[in-house]
Design a protein around this ligand. Structure first.
Ligand SMILES: Cc1ncc(COP(=O)(O)O)c(C=O)c1O
Length: 388
């Protein structure tokens, strides 16, 4: 599984230009929105049949190619949500009787898909602690997929994909990683043995909290199968949303660098506050995966989590006192968003189950935006005072 072309240009250039613009006289610098469900086609001599549910609308193709280039992968596909991409990728790689070995630290929606929905279709999952667990023991003759999230939501653990990829490849198993939190600016997982990268493009790739979208990138034969499956399940990316996603990709590199810079500064500041029991950020020396994150990532990302000593009640007071940051789920936009996973991604779990996943009451997740870090720090300072 090593049919990955090398990226020709840096991420900032690829984000702006993709594979290169149409430079014919009069061609628009910004590709237009092709808001059409279907396209003139009389017979096979007219070339490929285009239909927007087939994922070959020009706007969909533009972002799919761009993300594949950013990830250094052969092929890409853009669909209507991160979950649409994750579901279609898992459906494409498995059939009844197959097995998935997945990280136990996953976005709640993906965890439910694997634990509750796929078993109804005859596909079982074994969950493994991705940093300290025994992957080899979890692999079975019928295992078809190893599934990871890097960094994991919301614990921000950074498992090393290389050892598990080696085990998987020796058995012909595909390694899929959700790289939503990292973005291709901070890490290209294909360089570390991951075969297929999936993203909620709703987050950093779109970057403005105004679209729902998903992308996958990987070898052409796997992405082709994801495409085939998606044509029947139909989680289509609307052309206008695809165009907005392309607009987001043009500034991905500068935005992510600013997210990285702000988040590191804020994580370091949070560590100095008495009201806070623990700060989780891979860029901090205190983080258990700091060494591996420093080796694999170009930046540590915009997500920071912390636990308030005052527990859930203090977290509620902190969130309601915020004046610049906004209390909302989701992440990866230009604006700082704050949420408590016990009300959002982890709402279905008991307090002890949440604790076991490193998410005790009092846990606050920050998606650090691109505002002035000084303003965010002042806002968090006054909210901490209000909370205590
Ligand atoms: C890591 C991760 N993967 C996937 C998803 C699902 O993405 P979407 O909401 O675009 O379907 C999310 C959503 O929060 C997420 O955080």
């Amino acid at each position: 599984m090593s049919d990955k072309p090398q990226r020709r240009h840096g991420p900032a250039t690829v984000g702006v230009h993709g594979e290169g613009a149409d430079k014919s006289p009069g061609a628009p610098v910004v590709p237009p929105i092709v808001q059409s469900a279907t396209f003139h086609w009389a017979d096979p001599s007219d070339g490929d049949l285009l239909y927007t549910r087939w994922t070959n609308n020009p706007n969909q193709l533009e972002v799919a190619r761009k993300v594949a280039a950013l990830e250094g992968m052969e092929s890409g596909i853009a669909l209507g949500s991160g979950m649409g991409v994750i579901a279609c990728t898992l459906l494409a790689l498995t059939e009844m009787g197959d097995h998935v070995a997945a990280s136990s630290l996953l976005y709640g929606g993906t965890h439910s898909l694997l634990a509750q929905e796929l078993p109804k279709r005859g596909v079982e999952t074994t969950f493994v602690d991705p940093c300290d667990g025994d992957w080899e023991a979890a692999l079975r003759p019928e295992t078809k997929v190893v599934y990871l999230e890097l960094p994991a939501n919301p614990s921000l653990r950074v498992p090393d994909p290389r050892p598990v990829a080696e085990l998987a490849h020796a058995r012909g198993i595909a390694v899929v990683a959700d790289m939503t939190f990292a973005s291709p600016v901070n890490m290209r997982a294909g360089e570390y043995g991951v075969d297929v990268v999936v993203h909620s493009a709703t987050k950093y790739l779109g970057g403005h909290a105004d679209i729902i979208a998903g992308v996958a990138a990987g070898p052409g034969r796997i992405i082709g199968e994801v495409n085939r499956v998606s044509r029947y399940f139909g989680p289509v990316l609307d052309p206008h949303a695809a165009w907005l996603l392309d607009r987001g990709l043009r500034t991905l590199d500068v935005r992510v660098r600013r997210h990285n810079e702000n988040a590191l500064r804020i994580a370091e500041w949070l560590e100095t506050r008495d009201a806070i029991a623990r700060v989780d950020y891979p860029g901090l020396a205190s983080h258990p995966d700091h060494a591996i994150a420093s080796e694999l990532m170009d930046g540590y990302g915009g997500m920071v989590s912390f636990v308030l000593k005052g527990g859930g009640a203090a977290a509620d007071r902190f969130v309601s006192a915020l004046q610049v940051a906004l209390a909302a789920p989701s992440l990866g936009g230009v604006e700082t968003l704050v949420s408590q996973p016990r009300y959002t991604s982890h709402v279905g779990l008991s307090e002890s189950e949440r604790e076991a996943r490193g998410v005790p009451d009092g846990f606050v997740r920050l998606s650090i935006g691109i505002e002035d870090a000084d303003d965010l720090i002042a806002d968090f300072e006054q909210a901490l005072t209000a909370a205590s």
